[in-house]
Design a protein. Sequence first.
Length: 203
Amino acid sequence: MFITFEGLDGAGKSTQIERLAARLRAAGRPVLLTREPGGTPLGDALRALLLDPARRDMAPAAEALLYAASRAQLLHERVRPALARGEVVVCDRFVDASLAYQGAGLGLGEEAVASINRFATGGLRPDLTFLMDIPVRVSRTRVAGGRSGADRIEQRDDEYFSVVRDAFLRIAAKEPDRVVVLDGTRDAAWLEQEIWAHVEKIL
Ligand SMILES: Nc1ncnc2c1ncn2[C@@H]1O[C@H](COP(=O)(O)OP(=O)(O)OP(=O)(O)O)[C@@H](O)[C@H]1O
Ligand SMILES: [Mg+2]
C-alpha cells in the first residue's frame, strides 16, 4: 500500500505521518517513511539545490524536472523495493505537489507537469492521499513559529501559495476516490483518528 500526504508547509503532514507510522507498526505492519524532495542520497543533493535561496535564477521547467528526478530516484531506490516486500510506504509529498507548486503555482500547466511525472514514476500512483488543507495565513504562522530562514520555495508570496492551495483542492475534487481532504486546522488527535479510519478500511 502506497500512501501520500500533501498540503502547504506547516499543514501537519510530518505530525500525522509519524502518528500513522506508529499505529501501522503497532498493528504489525512494516512501514517505510520517505519525504520529497530527497529520501535518497541523490534526492537529498537535489533537495539542497531546490531549496537553496541562492538559486534565484532557477527556471520553472528546471525546477519541475529536478523534483521529478528526485522522485524517480526515490521510487527506484526505496519505494518500489519496499512495495515489493509488502511494506506500507508513506511518503511526505508526491506528484500532486508538483502539479500544484510547479504546474499551477509556476504556471507550467498541470498537463505538462503530469507528463514529466508519468515518465519519472512509470505511472505509479498512490492508493490513498491525505490532503491536509489549511489557509495560507495559518501556513505562514505555523512555519514562522517553527524555524528561522525561509527556503527558496517558502520565500514565494501569499498569492503563489493561494494558487497552490486551490490546485490541491481541485486535484482532490477530480479524484475523490484517492484523495481525502482533511481540515488541517482541526486538532492533531482528531486528524489522527480520521486518518486511521481511512487507512484501516483499506488495510
Ligand atoms: N492539527 C494541528 N493543529 C495545530 N498545530 C499543528 C497541527 N498539526 C501540526 N501542528 C503544528 O504545526 C507545525 C507544523 O507541523 P508539521 O511539521 O507537522 O507540518 P508539515 O506539513 O510537515 O510542514 P512542512 O511542510 O514545513 O514540513 C508544528 O509546529 C506542529 O506542531
Ligand atoms: Mg514536514
